[in-house]
Design a protein around this ligand. Structure first.
Ligand SMILES: Nc1ncnc2c1ncn2[C@@H]1O[C@H](COP(=O)(O)OP(=O)(O)OP(=O)(O)O)[C@@H](O)[C@H]1O
Ligand SMILES: [Zn+2]
Length: 675
């Protein structure tokens, strides 16, 4: 296409951006400066103080307002004549249906979670709208292009699963600080402040009975008359003192391990100091989030607290939850932005670490571990946003041969920082974009329909509004417009085991699961199986038949670790081996057969998945390296300039400069892969 028609295509495009966070802010600015004139943005969030360091369209005064709307207003200040339509909503809402998606030339994702990404992927497939997907983790990032019938879909490749830890390591024999954090967050915090009806592996016993099975009393239950000043020390002594003593009584466990040390409140804090100080009082500044630290004189989140300080924070935070946030108790899940929750988890993890002779950590470090935080790098977001726009322009040009998936690396691999790769063809065994039937091994005599719906249909298959059929019989359906008697019938079905449903599900049954909103249908062949390994198959059922499960199983058997099903938010390592197998992969055609593709494993946290591949040796390098480095430097300079001071002063000059900047560097970036 000629430059004029390129510009016309850009101007005439109607694009949907999903997510107006770290990548989204950069992307909206870059789209506007590159000439896009009709941009729709969906984001369900409001602005938080912690967003301001990198989401440069937002200011302090915007905290609490809709990201999508504020982003629109900020960009219209320097590009007043374009159309930006914000939606402060969840992209999974039913109004964003296939018809809604069909109006766009393409969809650009700047999301931070797998669930929403999968949902958007399905709608894009159904609406036949190209999707440009992205993610960043610190210095790492990636942009991939997904066009139905031309490339693989977002779900054709397995995604990294969260790093999990054996339950017994977490509950009995922690050896690393992360084990203590997982215990504090997923077990103790969940037990004290979360939904009590949920299973919890917290290995605690009542002091009244050594035989846990005889004990019906829940030691965590607080008698309404019980003073928080008594409740806190009671819980403390129980989990850090009494339970450690009990664990020590099992001598076998400690034969080859260092023994933990029981810790009681009175050993750490002379009784008077924590009762007399009255540190509950004056600890809340009305303008700040509820926090235990100020009244204890703890200022810096970077400091590592002593055992006594951790003990005080533990008791103070527990007390504050009871006194100031009693309504939240029973519904809380750990949130890295909840200051009091972070303080509590830091203190609990440190006390446990101290007991097990593991070095303690600061609140800042613990927050990073507990919240799976890799600190975001604004420049990476800016580079990724630029790459999204480059791919968007190619999609508008219909320049299919030059579509690239680009990986932004931390250190040069083969001296390259930005790694462009040809997109892959669709995976024939992808249940999302092909019609591969799945196999489910399940105990049909003990598993309820509810387990199947939650663990398989929602969690594994990512369906939002599912409908389940056995032949012509509808056995379950989700949605708002279901009549009352039908809904209560489904509710009854949910509590029945599969083999006892009105239309019994047994070995050999084929269930059809559909999500009409996502226009996705899967057939699942049921295989009855009696027993499952609690550690390795914690769901009590195994879904297979497509690439994701195979990878998950491989991972399990290769690292030999079993899973703690509770640890869904724990830090994890991406195995990052999705691309080497399979004959359909175009990449394999590029490979030098004597030098097969090497794939490195890298740690990633959060749900941005990043895979590093080495480029085939025959690809010329010198020119490429230079231009990639220059491109990165250029982006860094330009983006920093834009985001620190100048964005509000942007003029058309910038827009033109920006566009030519892309064109200049876009061509050398894609040329190496054509060689
Ligand atoms: N289902 C969804 N519908 C709409 N927007 C979503 C959905 N899921 C995530 N988002 C948005 O995607 C954006 C992702 O941005 P980002 O990764 O920077 O996260 P953040 O929440 O802004 O920052 P952080 O998690 O680091 O505090 C967020 O603004 C979030 O609201
Ligand atoms: Zn697919």
């Amino acid at each position: 296409m000629e430059p004029d028609s390129d510009m016309a295509a850009v101007k005439g495009a109607k694009v949907l951006m999903v997510g107006a966070g770290g990548i989204g802010c950069e992307l909206l600015k870059t789209l506007a400066l590159s000439g896009f004139e009709d941009i729709h943005i969906i984001d369900m969030d409001t602005i938080e103080v912690s967003n301001l360091n990198r989401q440069f369209l937002f200011r302090q005064c915007h905290v609490g307002q809709s990201k999508a709307k504020v982003a629109r207003d900020a960009v219209l200040k320097f590009k007043p004549h374009i159309n930006i339509t914000p939606y402060h909503a969840n992209v999974k809402n039913p109004e964003f249906n296939i018809e809604f998606f069909k109006q766009f030339s393409m969809v650009l994702n700047g999301l931070d979670n797998l669930d929403a990404r999968r949902h958007v992927n399905r709608l894009c497939l159904a609406a036949e709208v190209p999707l440009i997907e992205s993610g960043t983790t610190g210095l790492l990032g990636q942009v991939t292009v997904h066009v139905k019938g031309k490339t693989e879909c977002y779900e054709c490749q397995g995604k990294p699963t969260p790093k999990t830890y054996p339950v017994c390591t977490i509950t009995n024999t922690p050896s690393k600080f992360v084990h203590c954090v997982v215990w504090a967050k997923d077990l103790l915090f969940a037990k004290l402040f979360g939904d009590r009806s949920q299973d919890n592996d917290l290995n605690v016993r009542s002091s009244d009975s050594v035989d846990a099975s005889k004990n019906t009393e829940d030691v965590f239950e607080r008698n309404p008359d019980e003073d928080p000043e008594n409740y806190g020390p009671r819980i403390y002594d129980h989990v850090f003192g009494y339970n450690i003593e009990l664990a020590l009584s099992n001598e076998e466990t400690w034969k080859h391990r260092k023994k933990p040390r029981p810790i009681y409140v009175n050993d750490v804090l002379p009784e008077k100091s924590f009762q007399k100080n009255g540190y509950l009082e004056n600890s809340i500044d009305v303008n700040m989030a509820i926090s235990a630290m100020p009244a204890l004189g703890l200022k810096s989140p970077q400091d590592i607290w002593s055992l006594a300080e951790n003990t005080k924070v533990f008791l103070e935070a527990l007390s504050l939850f009871i006194k100031k946030r009693v309504k939240d108790i029973g519904n809380l899940t750990f949130d890295k932005d909840d200051q009091l929750a972070v303080e509590f988890v830091t203190a609990a993890a440190n006390i446990r670490a101290s007991s097990f002779g593991i070095p303690m950590h600061s609140l800042f470090e613990t927050k990073g571990i507990a919240g799976n935080i890799v600190h975001a790098v604004a420049t990476t977001n800016a580079i990724i946003a630029g790459l999204i726009v480059i791919e968007a322009i190619k999609v508008l040009q219909g320049d299919f041969n030059n579509y690239r998936m680009t990986y932004c690396l931390e250190c040069p691999t083969k001296k390259m920082l930005l790694m462009p790769i040809e997109p892959f063809e669709a995976n024939e065994s992808c249940y999302v974009c092909s019609e591969t039937p799945l196999i489910l091994e399940i105990n049909t005599r003990t598993s309820k329909l509810r387990d199947f719906v939650e663990k398989i249909v929602r969690n594994k298959l990512g369906m939002n509004l599912p409908l389940i059929m056995h032949g012509a019989n509808l056995i379950f359906e989700d949605g708002d417009d279901i009549e009352e008697d039908v809904a209560s019938n489904y509710a009854r079905n949910l509590d029945k085991v599969l083999a006892e449903l009105p239309s019994p599900v047994t070995s050999g049954t084929v269930l059809t699961v559909e999500d009409l909103q996502q226009e996705l249908t899967c057939n699942i062949n049921i295989k009855h199986r009696e027993d499952f390994d609690e550690e390795k198959e914690p769901d009590g059922m195994v879904l297979s038949g497509w690439i994701h499960t195979e990878r998950a199983n491989n991972n399990q058997s290769s690292n030999g670790e079993s899973t703690s099903s509770k640890n869904t938010n724990g830090p994890y390592v991406a195995s990052g081996r999705p691309l080497v197998s399979g004959t359909k992969r175009k990449l394999s055609e590029m490979a030098d057969r004597e030098n097969p593709q090497e794939v490195e494993d890298i740690d990633v946290v959060d749900e941005a998945e990043v895979f590093i591949l080495e480029v085939p040796p025959q690809v010329p390098k010198a020119k490429k390296v230079k231009c990639f480095v220059t491109l990165r430097k250029g982006f860094t300079y330009l983006m920093s300039a834009l985001q620190v001071k100048c964005w509000s002063h942007c003029t058309n000059f910038f827009s033109i400069f920006f566009f030519f900047f892309f064109l200049m560097f876009c061509l050398p970036v894609r040329s190496p892969c054509n060689d």
